[in-house]
Ligand binder design. Structure first.
Ligand code: ADP
Length: 260
């Protein structure tokens, strides 16, 4: 039937027999669509009031005549409003990536330029930590994709590496390829991740250590965004990590996404 979603399951019996079960998942699909629309609408509606709040709070917080108690309160309010704005922006980005209607145009991206920009962003992110940030470009190939989305995804991996690595760490950003794939990777020698958490890291709001993560100012949506950007590019995310040794996050792209 048209407009119905069906999921099939095949079970084998002995050598030749098969049982085919068809599930009608149309209702499930509709509910999922309602959830996506709801999140997109709420995020959109929150944007304007948050912009107004942030604007006023920024003005108040920078007023040097305020008594210290008030100054501290305004500073905190401003920080929390910024956090909410980041959350809303991340939710809107996820909604856009999930929606089937909006397909972005793919162009050939010069990875040398992109990695140079990412190096500057990485150096500006938390200079007090004094990380050594290395960039290795081992492939001359360009990547076919949506530059803004890929840059956000790559930057999420880089800022995570900075956040979850204690001061004076080493972070390596690399672009390479072999015959079959292109690889964008970010390696750090930070706190690492216990193996049981790794399969769940790309779920929305999943955090290994909620207390530590919220102190670092993340939204808990970064890796969900990375996963969805990669889905749009037929890529996958590989996570390799050892507690107290470090992590490597690698975006793997198929050869057909690479051009000379
Ligand atoms: P957050 O905003 O909390 O950083 P993410 O979705 O980007 O959210 O990451 C999810 C969780 O994965 C983080 O809370 C953190 O526990 C873990 N994580 C991500 N990157 C790293 C890394 N480079 N080293 C250690 N842990 C990491």
């Amino acid at each position: 039937q048209p407009n119905r979603y069906v999921q099939y399951e095949v079970t084998r019996f002995g050598q030749n027999d098969r049982l085919l079960i068809a599930y009608d998942i149309t209702r499930l699909h509709q509910l999922e669509q309602i959830r996506k629309d709801f999140v997109a609408n709420v995020s959109h509606e929150l944007r304007t009031p948050l912009t107004v709040l942030s604007g006023y709070l920024e003005t108040f917080a920078s007023n040097e005549e305020l008594p210290p108690k008030w100054a501290r309160a305004f500073k905190q309010m401003e920080q929390q409003a910024t956090r909410m704005s980041n959350l809303v922006n991340d939710l809107l980005m996820l909604s856009r990536l999930e929606s089937d209607n909006i397909k972005q145009e793919h162009k050939a991206i010069n990875m040398t330029h992109l990695l140079e920009q990412l190096r500057l962003d990485a150096q500006a992110y938390d200079p007090e930590k004094q990380h050594a940030i290395l960039v290795n470009i081992d492939s001359p190939l360009r990547l076919l994709g949506t530059e803004n989305d890929l840059r956000s995804a790559f930057l999420n991996l880089i800022t995570n590496a900075i956040k979850y690595t204690p001061a004076c760490g080493a972070i390596t950003i690399r672009w390479s390829n072999d015959e079959k794939y292109g690889y964008f990777s970010v390696q750090d020698n930070g706190i690492g991740i216990e193996p049981q958490h790794i399969p769940r890291l790309t779920e929305r709001f999943y955090r290994v250590d909620a207390a530590r993560s919220s102190a670092t100012g993340g939204t808990g949506l970064g890796l969900a965004i990375v996963k969805h950007v990669l889905l749009q590019h037929k890529g996958i995310l590989n996570i390799n990590s050892k507690p107290n040794i470090g992590s490597t996050f690698t975006c793997v792209f198929a050869r057909e996404s690479l051009v000379d």
